[in-house]
Design a protein around this ligand. Structure first.
Ligand code: ADP
Ligand code: MG
Length: 346
C-alpha cells in the first residue's frame, strides 16, 4: 500500500498565481477589468493599444482621476480598493469593480506597469509590479492626467494557460467585441482600439456621440438604419430598461445580443431567449435581430458579489422582470409593425 502524501501549505506566490489564473483567463478578461476601472475613474477618453491580440502587449490609457502616489505601493496587492470599505457597501455599490482583485491578478500573470497623474500632482509617476508588489522605486515622469496601464507578456509564467489560448487573431476579435460593446453602452466616452504598428484604428468612437452613431461605427450602417430606441420602466418591479433594437424589417443570420445590467456587460440566457422568442414571431426562420439592452435594477436585487468571470447573472424576481421586459419589446415591435403595414398600404 502506498503511503499518504505529506500535507503542506502552498507558497503564497503559487496560491496567488492560481487565483489570478481564475480571474484572468484571457486578454479580453484583463481588458474588461481595465476598461471598467477607467470608466469608474470617470474617464471621457479611453485608448487601447494591442500587440499579438493583447498577449504581447495590452495597454490602456485613460484621462480619468488617476491614482494617488501614496496608493501606488499597495494598488496591486490583493483586496486593495478605493470602492468598498464595508460588506454592506455591496448592496448599494454602483461602480464596476469592488473586489480589488483585477490589478493584483494581472500582476501575478504578466509584467504590469502603471503611469498615472492626478490633478493635484505636477508630474506623473511610474511604477512597475511583479506578483502584486512594487518592483523598484516609483519614478516621476511626464504624462497627461489619467492612467496608463501596460500589461506585457500575459501568462509568461503560466505556460499551460498560454497554450490553451487561441490565435492572436481570435483573442483580438474577443477584445474588439468587448471594447465595441462598452463603446455602445458609453456614448459619452470616446474609445479607440488600435493594433500596434497599424495606422488605422479598428474601433473609434468620439466622446459625446450618440448611441446610434456608435452602433453605426461598430456594427455598420445597415443595423444603425433599422434600430429604434426602447424605453421601459416598471415601478412595481423597480427596474428600468433602455436600449436600441432592430425593427421587424431587419433580420440577420448572426445574432447580436448586448446586455448590460447595472452598467456591467453580462449574459442572461433567460432574457435572451425571451427576446429571441418574441422576434421569432416576426422574423423569417433562422433570422435574428440586433439587440442592445441596458437594465438598471435595484442594487438590492442583484448579487454583484459574484466571481468576475461569471458573466451569466441571476437576480431577484428574475421571471417577472424578464416577462415585463419581453412585453415592452413586444409592444415596440407590434407598434413598428403596424406603421410598416400602414406605409405599404399608402
Ligand atoms: P477594484 O476595481 O475592484 O477596486 P482593481 O484591482 O481593479 O480593484 O483596482 C484597484 C484600485 O486601483 C481601484 O479601486 C482604483 O482606486 C485604482 N485604479 C485602478 N485602475 C484605475 C484607473 N484606470 N484610474 C484610476 N484609478 C484606478
Ligand atoms: Mg477593477
Amino acid at each position: 500500500m502506498s503511503e499518504p502524501g505529506e500535507i503542506r501549505k502552498l507558497d503564497e506566490v503559487v496560491v496567488n498565481r492560481i487565483a489570478a489564473g481564475e480571474v484572468i483567463q484571457r486578454p479580453a478578461n484583463a481588458l474588461k477589468e481595465l476598461l471598467e476601472n477607467s470608466l469608474d475613474a470617470k474617464s471621457t477618453n479611453i485608448f487601447v493599444n494591442l500587440k499579438n491580440g493583447g498577449m504581447k502587449l495590452l495597454q490602456i490609457q485613460d484621462n480619468g482621476t488617476g491614482i494617488r502616489k501614496e496608493d501606488l505601493p499597495i494598488v496591486c496587492e490583493r483586496f486593495t480598493t478605493s470602492k468598498l470599505s464595508k460588506f454592506e457597501d455591496l448592496t448599494t455599490i454602483s461602480t464596476f469593480g469592488f473586489r480589488g482583485e483585477a490589478l493584483a491578478s494581472i500582476s501575478h500573470v504578466a509584467h504590469l506597469t502603471i503611469v498615472t497623474k492626478t490633478s493635484n500632482n505636477q508630474c506623473a509617476f511610474k511604477a512597475q509590479y511583479v506578483d502584486g508588489q512594487l518592483k523598484g522605486p516609483i519614478k516621476p515622469c511626464a504624462s497627461n492626467q489619467g492612467t496608463q496601464i501596460t500589461v506585457e507578456d500575459l501568462f509568461y509564467n503560466v505556460p499551460m494557460r498560454s497554450k490553451v489560448l487561441k490565435s492572436p487573431t481570435e483573442e483580438f476579435v474577443k477584445i474588439a467585441n468587448v471594447v465595441g460593446k462598452y463603446a455602445i453602452h458609453n456614448p459619452s466616452v470616446g474609445f479607440v482600439l488600435k493594433r500596434q504598428g497599424e495606422t488605422v484604428s479598428d474601433i473609434k468612437t468620439n466622446a459625446n456621440s450618440s448611441y446610434v452613431d456608435n452602433i453605426r461605427a461598430i456594427y455598420g450602417d445597415s443595423i444603425a438604419k433599422e434600430v429604434f430606441e426602447i424605453e421601459h420602466e416598471d415601478d412595481i418591479l423597480k427596474f428600468k430598461m433602455h436600449g436600441f433594437i432592430t425593427n421587424v424589417n431587419y433580420s440577420t443570420k448572426k445574432q447580436v445580443f448586448i446586455l448590460f445590467i447595472n452598467n456591467r456587460l453580462v449574459d442572461s440566457t433567460a432574457l435572451k431567449k425571451a427576446v429571441e422568442q418574441e422576434y421569432s414571431i416576426h422574423l423569417p426562420s433562422g433570422g435574428h435581430p440586433f439587440v442592445y439592452l441596458s437594465l438598471t435594477l435595484d442594487p438590492k436585487n442583484v448579487d454583484v458579489n459574484v466571481h468576475p468571470t461569471k458573466h451569466e447573472v441571476h437576480f431577484l424576481h428574475e421571471d417577472e422582470i424578464i416577462e415585463s421586459a419581453r412585453k415592452a419589446v413586444e409592444a415596440k415591435l407590434l407598434g413598428a409593425n403596424r406603421s410598416r403595414v400602414f406605409y405599404t398600404q399608402v
